[in-house]
Write a protein that binds this ligand. Structure first.
Ligand code: 13P
Length: 250
């Protein structure tokens, strides 16, 4: 019912040479695994190259962020239409590194989500709790709050166009993957929230898990009922590891 999506967030890594070899590995992986979709999120400067190499097939390409504005005097920003013009079709919104280092909050993230949807880019909206929040048993409260914007009349009709990524902050780049039980519990909670937004659509929305996903941890996570793919950081920079995660999803 929900095709698995394995997405690679390259963060601030990569150069044309690495990009070329990674995209080749991705193209081979989608040939090898008919039932899996892949996506890569390179830095802005590599988007045109990667989108051209991907060639509009089953390896989708997206940006890691976008401006909430349409155009104009916003030095350093990149608009949704500029992203689209590279051939990219997706965008990450609300990654915890943006929330943490750039103080991105609900108002700004709503504006970014709206820009993405207006421009026809598929957003992956990221949520997740910090270690302290988990230790204080506030995981559901935090994730619920981060998802609250989806309940607005503005986004409700667009639920089928949005993907969610659950990325516990304590698992990102730490080598500490959430256990399948921990991840599934939060994914089920997220699915429940989506169900309240639109019961008919909630079963179709893909919810990805992110945080130290490796070829070793992928199969246990991807076997869970509400885990529909992965958002991979470090392991997406190695073609063989990323392909092995795709294999685990097939
Ligand atoms: P790692 O896989 O390196 O932990 O990164 C996860 C992530 O932040 C993907 O967006």
């Amino acid at each position: 019912m929900r095709r698995p999506l394995i997405a690679g967030n390259w963060k601030m890594n990569g150069d044309p040479e690495l990009a070329g070899s990674l995209i080749n590995a991705c193209k081979q992986a989608v040939r090898d695994h008919e039932s899996v979709d892949l996506a890569v999120f390179p830095p802005y400067t590599l988007l045109p190259l990667v989108a051209t190499e991907a060639g509009g097939g089953r390896v989708r390409v997206g940006a890691q962020d976008l401006s909430p504005h349409q155009k104009g005097a916003y030095t350093g920003e990149v608009s949704a239409s500029m992203i689209k013009a590279t051939g990219a079709t997706m965008v990450l919104i609300g990654h915890s590194e943006r929330r943490q280092w750039h103080q991105e909050g609900p108002k700004l993230l709503s504006a970014k989500l709206k820009r993405a949807l207006d421009e026809g880019l598929t957003p992956i909206y990221c949520v997740g709790e910090s270690l302290q929040q988990r230790e204080e048993n506030r995981t559901e409260a935090v994730v619920g709050q981060q998802l609250a914007l989806l309940k607005s009349a503005e986004f409700k009709p667009h639920l089928s166009e949005i993907l969610i990524a659950y990325e516990p902050v304590w698992a990102i780049g730490t080598g500490k993957t959430a256990s399948p039980e921990q991840a599934q519990a939060v994914h089920a909670y997220i699915r429940g929230i989506l169900h309240k937004v639109d019961a008919r659509i909630s079963g179709l929305v893909r919810i990805l898990y992110g945080g130290s996903v490796t070829p070793e941890s992928a199969s246990g996570l991807l076997a869970c009922a509400d885990i529909d793919g992965a958002l991979v950081g470090g392991a997406s920079l190695k073609g063989d590891a990323f392909a092995a995660i795709a294999a685990a999803a097939s």
